[in-house]
Structures are given as C-alpha cells and as structure tokens.
Design a protein around this ligand. Structure first.
Ligand SMILES: *Cc1c(COP(=O)(O)O)cnc(C)c1O
Length: 390
C-alpha cells in the first residue's frame, strides 16, 4: 500500500523513513555525523553534509510533509527560524499582508527585523477575507495568516484568503501551529506553504524548540530547500528525533486536548468574573477550514482590575504560569505581560489584547483536576476582589 493511501494516525507513526537496515531498529536512529563518505569527488547523490541533509531530519521532514498532505517538508531550529526562512523567499520592496492577531515573536520579526531589509507589512483583522483584498498593493507578494490566532483564537477562512491571493499571484502562508495537521490541513484549502512552531503540539511535551515549513509546490520546495541550506537555521538531529517521537501521539493528544479545552470553555462561560470566552466553536460559532476539533487553547477576559488578574494567574497549581503552549502539561499565560509583551502596547490594545486577558494551554491531565484547579483560583480571586471592594 502506498503512503498516500494510509490514514493520518498510521502515517504519524510509520512514515519516518528508516534510513538503514543494518540493525533492524524499529525507531529512527539519531544520526549525529556531520559528514558522509562520498563515492567520488563531486558525488552528491546521497548525504554529503548535515546542514544540507541529515537522515534523522529527513525522516521528520518526510513525515511532516505526509501529515500536512504536502510534498516537501523542512525542519528548522525554531518556529521563528521557519518564519525567517519563508520570508527570505521575498525580496526588498515586497509587501506582505498579515493577520493582526499574530504570535508576538512573528510580529516582532516582521516589524523590527524584516522592515529594515525593505519588506513592508500591513496588518489586517482578516476575519472578513476582503480585509486582505483591500490591503493589496501592486507590490504585495505574500499573505500571512494565523488561524486559530494567538492569543484571541480568531478564525480566518483559509480557502477564501488564498483564493484572493491566487488570482493575483500572491502566495499564502498559514501558521498552523495551533490547529496542527490533525485538525486542519491548509494546503488542501489552497495555501501555498504551511508553517509550524514544532515546539508546541507537534513535539507536544515542552522539551524541544523547532519549526517547520511544508509545501506541495515543487518550485517552492526547491526554493525553501535552497534557503534552508543557505541560511543554515535547520533543526538538529536530536531535536528532529524528539519531534518525530512526539508526532506519533499527535492524534491522541489533540483529541484529549480538545475534549479538556471544551469542558473548560463551558466552565469559564459560567463564571461571573469572566466577561468573554474565546474558543473555536464557542457560542455556536461554526468551525471553518474543515476543522475537525477545536484544539486545546482557550482564552478568556477577566472583568477585574490588573492586580486581581495577576493574583488569578498566580493562583493555579496544576496550570503552570509559563509561556509557550501545546504540551501535555497545562499552562496559564498572561499575554499582555508575557507572550505578547514584545508587541507595542498601543497595537496590543488596538488588536484586543487587554490586561484582563488570560490564555490557557489546556493539557492532557485529568479534566476534574483541571476544573478543580480553576475553581480554586476563582475562589482566591473572589476573596481578593471582596477584600479590595467591600
Ligand atoms: C511559538 C509560536 C511561534 C514561534 O515558534 P518558536 O518555536 O517559539 O520559535 C510561531 N507561531 C505560533 C503560533 C507560535 O505559537
């Protein structure tokens, strides 16, 4: 049976190309060698040098490509290294339209680093796809979307935006970190490139920093491969192995993350001190992009003052106060002072990231322990608020 006909769960476990028959090892070995014997001067028919290609990284890259239903996968040293490599496909003078609710580090790279090299950016809400159309100039070459977005979990119609791009020869890149390919596959909806922070759900255990790009286009694959090698921000063999190992349980984890997060979103919407809950599919919102599940991220707005918000963020015991997301362990984050502190305050406010916003990365622990933990934190919050305002 060819790989194409296999299903997601099977590909995730078995697609890692096992590079040698010597030992019969069932899992992919970690190939640390930086260099490889060649048959004659100039022979580049196999592995030559590990920056250009490494068997362990290749195993991960082919698995990522298969899981995203694409043809060419590339693994990078971080999600931001993947972003940077993707943007190097452009040239000075090009204009990019990006959705405004973006991972803070992506926003910082666009605004503070790439602008210096003559790239120009316009940020749009994007929930109405015509926002992208309206922002197009004769120099626009790229649309950049994050859906669900970070931290407001906004949803953008991938097919509509990439359709607008395709008509005008504009490429669309989708940051698929929050959904993962188990939940949505942007290439099938018309996106040209999918980007990931593999540090999150793909690896899934908060123990590796990595990133990825996947495309179905041979031309883009060729260009990305060239830039991966030329810029040199590729993923190391050990990290590649960790991500490959994480991928084997991706489907199981996403099911449990989504179940736990759905239960928590319902619980939060019943709390007096919560003014809004952000969660894909909440309040009968329909899930676009063929999303199979809502995922494990839940954000919510506390209608209390900043001090009380801080008290709440420090009051959980199972949810650990920490940046990042997508691991089996539950994390609580205050975007305005943590993950999105690098976004200028005025832009943060304008984009709807207030001081009362809390973002949860709901892990795969027992749901009752997670609910008990939040209940405890709300008790602390109520005590604080009553003490302050008798
Ligand atoms: C974390 C993250 C990134 C950046 O990835 P790193 O691996 O931290 O460099 C990009 N996009 C999203 C949505 C993220 O959550």
């Amino acid at each position: 049976m060819s790989e194409r006909t296999r299903r997601f769960e099977t590909i995730a476990i078995q697609s890692g190309e096992v590079p040698e028959d010597q030992t019969g090892a069932v899992t992919t070995p970690i190939h640390l060698s930086t260099t490889y014997r060649v048959a004659y001067p100039g022979d580049d028919s196999g592995y030559v040098y590990s920056r250009s290609a490494n068997p362990t990284r290749r195993a991960l890259e082919s698995t990522l490509a298969a899981l995203e239903n694409g043809k060419h996968g590339f693994a990078f040293a971080s999600g931001l290294a993947a972003v940077s490599t993707a943007l190097h496909l452009l040239k000075s003078g090009d204009h990019i339209v990006a959705s405004s609710d973006l991972y803070g580090g992506t926003h910082r790279q666009f605004d503070k680093v790439l602008r210096k090299f003559g790239l120009d950016f316009t940020f749009v809400d994007g929930r109405d796809p015509s926002d992208f159309e309206k922002a197009v100039t004769d120099r626009t070459t790229l649309f950049w979307i994050e859906t669900p977005s970070n931290p407001l979990l906004r949803l953008i119609n991938i097919a509509a935006v990439s359709g607008i791009g395709r008509q005008r020869g504009i490429l669309t890149v989708v940051d698929n970190t929050f959904a993962t390919p188990y939940i949505q596959q942007p290439l099938g909806l018309g996106a040209d490139v999918v980007m990931h922070s593999a540090s999150k759900y793909l690896a899934g255990h908060c123990d590796v920093i990595g990133g990825a790009l996947v495309t179905s286009s041979d031309e883009l694959g060729e260009k990305i491969g060239f830039h991966q090698n030329a810029l040199g921000a590729m993923l190391g063999p050990f990290e590649s192995w960790l991500v490959l190992r994480g991928l084997k349980t991706l489907s199981l984890r996403m099911e449990r993350h989504s179940y736990n997060a759905s239960r928590i979103a319902s619980y939060l919407s019943e709390q007096d001190s919560v003014s809004s809950v952000m969660f894909p599919g909440h309040d009968n919102e329909s899930l676009p992009n063929g999303m199979k599940l809502p995922g494990g991220m839940v954000s919510f707005e506390l209608n209390v003052d900043f001090e009380a918000v801080k008290t709440f963020a420090c009051a959980t015991r199972v949810f650990v106060l920490a940046e990042s997301l997508g691991g089996v362990e539950s994390l609580i984050n205050h975007p305005a002072s943590m993950t999105h502190a690098s976004v200028p305050p005025d832009i943060r406010k304008q984009n709807g990231i207030g001081d009362g916003l809390i973002r949860l990365s709901v892990g795969t622990e027992h749901i009752d322990d997670l609910l008990d933990d939040l209940e405890g934190a709300f008790k602390v919050l109520r005590a604080t608020v009553t003490r302050d305002r008798p």
